[in-house]
Design a protein around this ligand. Structure first.
Ligand code: B16
Ligand code: MG
Length: 214
């Protein structure tokens, strides 16, 4: 790719491993409902909104649940998750991630977060990552979650750039689909590396530096 001007980072599973905390929180809800829930099942929730995540879990064999009960369960999961987030600190961010963000900024790139999470700003504040970004687009400013491209389109807009001037870094198939649909080239990490619409497969966040040369 020639001359990107901005990089949009997914949060959970890319900048920080809150995916483990989502797993613990959802495990408690699934256990209460008598639904077997594995780490492989949890991988299907990457990048997916809280409400859609609950539907995926209930489809694993749960009881019939009304819309009101679903709202209560989603709130309970979020309360457990937020209690776990209370333990986060700057030490939970891989120094290589922090250094990658600093180096991209030294290279003159504008940086944004593009996350489905409604807790993204709290996570960024607690980990001291907020100041590494020019803009944050998250679950609070979208009406449609990944795989819809809205969260990345808003991030590009916040950076005053076009999608083709940005690259997205994602760990989730839903996020790769969102980036591709929105016209963004994208890096795929972890499970997302296998997605057919990935532009570049990478093993770790710092690998973006090789592809986004000065
Ligand atoms: P919340 P990302 C996503 O974050 C998570 O991967 C996904 O597991 C979660 O359900 C979603 O945020 C919503 O999170 O319940 O905190 O609003 O990967 O898009 O940064
Ligand atoms: Mg993610």
């Amino acid at each position: 790719m020639s001359d990107p001007r901005g990089v949009i980072f997914d949060l959970d599973g890319v900048l920080i491993h809150t995916d483990e905390l989502h797993f613990h929180a959802w495990s408690q809800i699934a256990k209460r409902l008598g639904i077997p829930f594995t780490r492989e099942d949890n991988d299907r929730l990457r990048g997916v909104s809280r409400e859609d995540s609950l539907d995926i879990i209930l489809a694993l064999g749960g009881p019939e649940v009304s819309a009101t009960e679903k709202a209560v369960l989603a709130d309970e999961k979020n309360a457990i998750y937020r209690r776990l987030l209370g333990q986060l600190s700057p030490a939970d961010v891989d120094p290589a991630v922090r250094e990658t963000l600093a180096e991209l900024r030294r290279r003159g790139l504008r940086l944004a977060v593009g996350s489905s999470s409604k807790n993204a700003k709290m996570i960024l504040e607690r980990t001291g990552l907020r100041e590494s970004f020019d803009a944050v687009s998250d679950g609070e400013n979208v009406t449609r979650s990944k795989p819809d491209p809205e969260v990345f389109l808003m991030a590009a807009q916040f950076l005053a750039l076009q999608p083709a001037q940005c690259v997205v870094v994602e760990d989730a198939g839903a996020g790769i689909a969102a980036a591709h649909d929105g016209g963004f080239p994208c890096f795929g990490l972890g499970d997302a590396a296998q997605h057919p619409d990935v532009t570049w497969r990478i093993d770790k966040v710092e690998d973006v530096l090789e592809h986004l040369a000065v």
